[in-house]
Design a protein around this ligand. Structure first.
Ligand SMILES: NC(=O)c1ccc[n+]([C@@H]2O[C@H](COP(=O)([O-])OP(=O)(O)OC[C@H]3O[C@@H](n4cnc5c(N)ncnc54)[C@H](OP(=O)(O)O)[C@@H]3O)[C@@H](O)[C@H]2O)c1
Length: 242
């Protein structure tokens, strides 16, 4: 998958990693970038089209679908992370609504475009999907759920030539982890790592130094072997997600 001349939709495109992905896609020669946003999205590049898109809003998702005519790559990037200790059910539900169900609802809505283009779905996950970061357990649960869904979608859509990629991000310097004092990669380098992985056809993408450190272990480990073993049970018929 080469980004040049492709049409790409990125959720949560107004800041952080999403904004860097927009800039990197434009730099790599994307034909059109749809920037999903809940607020303003500034750009002087004619190829960037803002789309009002709260990923928890079924009506906004439907309106966004109506504004798009083709799509090659969907990047599910929008996310929230709230410090918690599993004592507040609302916080757990909020994480699941955005980071898990939001990804699912947006993917389901845009899937027909990706089936037509034989395109790609890229889900921005986290190392916390693989092992919980217990200062943000609600977040970790939602990313584990999104990772598990990513694996199922990969198997279900393989027969339709839609590829599904999970991005296991380590710490990146954004508002999301502003108070957490650890080494962080820049948003620009993370965006480059994500598109490099996609262009190389990697199903699991490790775009920064912290994630790269575990890439080999993940790719040769038991969970990956089980994913492949279980995927073999999927019949070759098409998945519609409807
Ligand atoms: N930063 C890290 O260290 C790190 C590590 C691992 C994974 N990730 C993942 O990378 C992705 C981007 O994170 P980030 O660090 O760039 O976060 P960020 O700077 O906090 O930005 C989050 C983005 O998601 C949007 N968003 C939040 N809720 C939304 C909703 N309901 N509908 C639509 N958009 C929504 C925000 O929009 P508003 O501006 O409107 O709030 C914003 O554009 C997330 O999925 C995150 O979990 C980040």
């Amino acid at each position: 998958m080469n980004i040049e001349n492709k049409t790409i939709l990125i959720t949560g495109a107004n800041r952080g990693i999403g904004r860097a992905l927009v800039n990197e896609a434009l730099k790599r020669g994307a034909k059109r970038v749809y920037g999903g946003t809940r607020g303003a999205l500034e750009s002087t590049d004619q190829r960037l089209t803002p789309l009002t898109l709260d990923v928890t809003s079924v009506s906004q998702i439907q309106r966004a679908v109506d504004e798009v005519d083709t799509l090659d790559v969907l990047i599910n990037n929008a996310g929230v992370a709230i410090y918690d200790d599993l004592s507040n059910l609302d916080v757990i539900e909020k994480h699941l609504a955005v980071n898990f169900l939001g990804v699912f609802k947006v993917t389901r809505a845009f899937l027909p475009f990706l089936q037509r283009s034989k395109g790609a779905i890229v889900n921005n996950l986290s190392l916390a999907a693989l092992a919980p970061l217990p200062i943000i357990p609600g977040y970790s649960i939602s990313k584990a759920a999104a990772s598990n869904m990513t694996q199922s979608l990969r198997a279900l859509l393989a027969g339709q030539a839609v590829t599904v990629h999970g991005v296991f991000l380590g710490p990146i310097d954004t508002d999301m982890n502003r108070g957490f004092d650890i080494p962080k990669a820049s948003t620009e380098s993370a965006a480059r790592g994500i598109f490099d992985g996609l262009e190389k056809g990697e199903e699991d993408i490790f775009p920064d130094p912290a994630s790269q450190a575990i890439a080999e272990g993940w790719r040769t480990g038991v969970p990956k072997a089980l994913e492949r073993q279980f995927a073999a049970f999927v019949p070759q018929s098409a998945a519609s997600l409807e």
